[in-house]
Design a protein around this ligand. Structure first.
Ligand code: G3P
Length: 193
């Protein structure tokens, strides 16, 4: 039990590291919170600073999700621990200890977790997400659709209950974090990339 709690705490701390904010300030002297959608994620980094910074923030945020899962595997070694590590990394990213419990929308970090747990699901979700973003230029639309799709695919592929439950909770988190985007999508004022 102690190891599970330790996994959750460490994963939360790793997830809390505001990669987008740090990279933006360090390399481009820009506070992403003052530009575009004001989000500290990869989309706003791409929108505000360009393709390279967007990809850099995406990788850094994904790595936090992968690190959370790796922690669970290393410290405990059960599927539940892997899921707890991943989930707390996403929670840390979205409600960062270092940003007064504000943070990003959890898409890249969730994708990082997914790569560690469900390769085939990650691939399909990424292709769908990419297609939507490429065709509409709305990253948020791709992210929300990916949120709905992931639990369905996880269940269809017959993954363990812990994994399916993880995808449901992560999807709810991601969709709730996109509520302003959803409103903007519905009234036609959403930011494109
Ligand atoms: O990953 C976040 C993306 O779905 C939306 O980002 O900056 O357009 O709110 P943004």
């Amino acid at each position: 039990m102690t190891d599970y709690i330790l996994t959750a705490i460490l994963a939360y701390l790793i997830g809390s590291i505001p990669s987008g904010l740090i990279l933006g300030k360090l390399f481009w002297h820009t506070d992403l919170r003052e530009h575009g959608s004001h989000n500290i994620g990869a989309t706003n980094a791409w929108r505000t600073l360009g393709k390279g910074p967007g990809i850099a923030v995406f990788i850094a945020d994904s790595l936090k999700g992968q690190a959370g899962v790796a922690l669970g595997i290393f410290l405990v070694g059960t599927p539940l621990a892997a899921v707890i590590g991943g989930l707390f990394a996403i929670i840390g990213h979205s409600f960062s200890l270092f940003l007064r419990f504000r943070g990003g929308k959890g898409v890249a970090t969730s994708l990082g977790v997914l790569t560690m747990l469900m390769g085939n699901v990650t691939f399909i979700v990424f292709v769908v997400w990419f297609t939507i973003v490429y065709m509409t230029r709305y990253v948020s639309l791709g992210s929300v659709v990916a949120g709905f799709l992931t639990p369905i695919l996880a269940a269809l592929y017959g993954y363990p209950m812990e994994y399916v439950l993880f995808t449901v909770i992560a999807a709810i988190l991601v969709i709730v974090r996109h509520r302003e985007n959803i409103k903007r999508l519905m009234n036609g004022t959403e930011n494109k990339i």
